[in-house]
Design a protein around this ligand. Structure first.
Ligand code: MEZ
Length: 559
């Protein structure tokens, strides 16, 4: 659906200020960035993390008393989907050295490294291999690999600054040190990064970075990386098996308290399968499909926090889940594309963010949480009330993509942003000529399972990597560090798990006692309701129908 006349009229205000804004950009006269002390009050007043009543303390489990989003607590204060007494653990359906739960970037990188280090690997995934947030990542992957111009030291400082200086320093150090090697590895496997004609890799700035270190493949970096490593993993036919449409629903421990596999649920046959494994790596990704505070999301359909739920029941603490990342620029109109990510790279390439008057109100490269809060302030009636009303009754602001053509030459938008160009064309909108209407969208789970720099959790034999883990990004991740996180820690998890099984190849008596204990804890804490988790898939059915569907009245209406 092209922009209706009402929006076309408002676009005229954007066009009226464009030439002067382009001129200022060319002269490096940027809209002033906020001072550090100005950020706090804006976050507190306008960032969704700070809205009263949206978090509560978990009543049970290893991080009891920690206040996180109501939606996540609902999952953690829920009983298991399975009755532990009815799951047959006497005969495994599959046996392997390393079981990897989740087949996105982290899981696939882990599988390759575990296999290369001699371990037999089974990847179990809820949807298809590669259906993951990695596949949907657009803007790029950071690495300080430009010797003389940049260094892991600056990268380290940027990450700490973006994360509000509370990140786990050991994890940050590990990630920045391994970053250049991750890029070389990906390139060696065949990832087509965007390059200059002389072969040097192109790099860009992102919000909160002091150097241009974001490597990219147009605006489909995640898809390019995922495709490459998926092919690589699938070529290890002798060492890596993949089972699709089989999400894990519980971990299995042995009588020594070590992780010894998982129970899978086959979405096609509705059967449960027991996988026995000497080590398990959780790489289930994030939780955007919880739609925290009813936000739209950039996340893939399976992002429902399953790994957090399973590992928490097994005793792994969580941290940094009190903050959630809202990407500043998600599509808010056309409504069919609502929530879809519009890469930060547009702002890196020069596009201004503008209110209904066609005026700038924020520096485009603030850290994500600050940028998102400024946009919400501009849109919300309790803020400045300068949002652009959409035909569906929402508010957004403009992202002025046509500026990029004026700054970098005609054809740049089509060449550098092919993914978004195609998406908007389907609705009759040419983003090299018309701006995009955007609003913050739920994007990333900043925190997660506690791990150390070897990706070990506190449960022996259980590893975690990527978005499911917490600590490296502190309270706010910077752009381009999620693809890096999955590559660096995925590779480490695979290597370390393969190393671990060399000394731990005997599995004791397997059981689901931790699940029984957790169910009992729920009863003892007096938690009401009949919730079960993991969620596995979000439920978008009409709530009215959903509520009625098991009642006599509803069945009555069908007959
Ligand atoms: O790391 C990200 O989330 C990222 C690069 C997103 C984007 O804006 O493209």
């Amino acid at each position: 659906m092209p922009y209706p006349e009402s929006l076309k009229k408002l676009i005229e205000k954007v066009e009226a200020t464009r030439a002067a804004r382009v001129e200022r950009k060319k002269n490096n006269e940027e809209f002033p960035a906020l001072e550090l002390e100005e950020r706090g009050p804006i976050l507190e007043n306008f960032h969704p993390d700070f809205i009263e009543g949206t978090r509560r303390k978990i009543k049970i489990g290893p991080s009891k008393g920690y206040a996180i989003s109501n939606e996540m607590v609902d999952l953690l204060e829920a009983k298991s989907r399975v009755d532990p007494d009815l799951i047959n653990l006497s005969e495994p359906d599959y046996e392997t050295d390393v079981l990897i739960i989740g087949a996105g970037g982290a899981g696939t990188a882990a599988a390759i490294l575990a296999a290369e280090n001699g371990a037999k690997v089974l990847i179990a995934t809820k949807l298809r291999h590669g259906d993951a947030n990695t596949m949907m990542a657009e803007g790029g992957i950071q690495a300080a690999d430009k010797v003389g111009k940049d260094s892991p030291y600056y990268h380290y400082l940027d990450i700490l600054g973006g994360g509000h200086f509370v990140n786990d320093p050991e994890l940050v150090y590990t990630m920045v040190q391994h970053a250049p090697d991750a890029i070389r590895w990906l390139e060696g496997l065949g990832t087509s990064f965007s390059k200059f004609e002389d072969g040097r890799m192109k790099t860009m700035h992102g919000g909160g970075t002091c150097r241009k270190r974001m490597h990219y493949a147009a605006d489909i970096t995640g898809a390019e990386i995922m495709k490459t490593i998926r092919d690589e993993a699938r070529n290890h036919t002798d060492m890596i098996d993949v089972i699709e449409f089989c999400p894990a629903v519980e971990l299995v421990l042995d009588d020594a308290g070590r992780c010894a596999g998982a129970v899978l649920y086959n979405l096609e046959t509705a059967e449960y399968h027991f996988v026995k494994a000497k080590a398990v790596i959780i790489t289930t990704g994030g939780s955007g499909r919880l739609h925290i505070q009813n936000f739209m999301t950039t996340n893939h359909y399976g992002a429902t926090a399953d790994g957090i739920v399973m590992a928490y029941r097994a005793g792994v603490p969580i941290s940094f889940l009190h903050t959630v990342q809202y990407h500043p620029t998600g599509v808010v109109f056309p409504e069919q594309a609502e929530g879809i990510l519009i890469t930060e790279k547009f702002r890196g390439a020069g596009a201004n963010v503008l209110n209904i008057k066609g005026e700038q109100f924020v520096y485009e490269r603030e850290p994500r949480d600050v940028e998102a809060a400024c946009i919400i302030r501009e849109c919300s009636p309790g803020g400045r009330g300068n949002g652009v009303p959409t035909p569906t009754g929402k508010y957004g602001v403009w992202l002025d993509s046509p500026m990029i053509e004026m700054l970098k030459g005609e054809g740049t938008v089509k060449k550098e942003f092919p993914g978004k160009n195609i998406l908007f064309r389907r609705f009759g909108i040419d983003i090299s000529k018309e701006p995009m209407l955007i609003h913050p969208t739920l994007h990333y789970q900043n925190g997660g399972l506690d791990i150390n720099s070897k990706c070990e959790t506190n449960v022996p034999g259980l590893y975690a990597a990527g978005e499911v883990s917490g600590g490296v990004h502190g309270e706010n991740r910077l752009m381009g560090n999620s693809l890096l996180d999955v590559m660096v820690f995925g590779r480490i998890a695979g290597t370390c798990a393969a190393e671990y099984i060399k000394d731990h190849d005997q599995i004791g008596k397997v059981n689901l006692d931790h699940v029984k204990r957790y169910n009992e804890e729920i009863e003892t804490a007096g938690i009401e309701g009949n919730r079960i988790s993991p969620m596995i898939l979000p439920d978008y059915s009409n709530p009215d129908v959903r509520e009625k569907q098991y009642t006599k009245d509803y069945f009555g209406t069908l007959s």
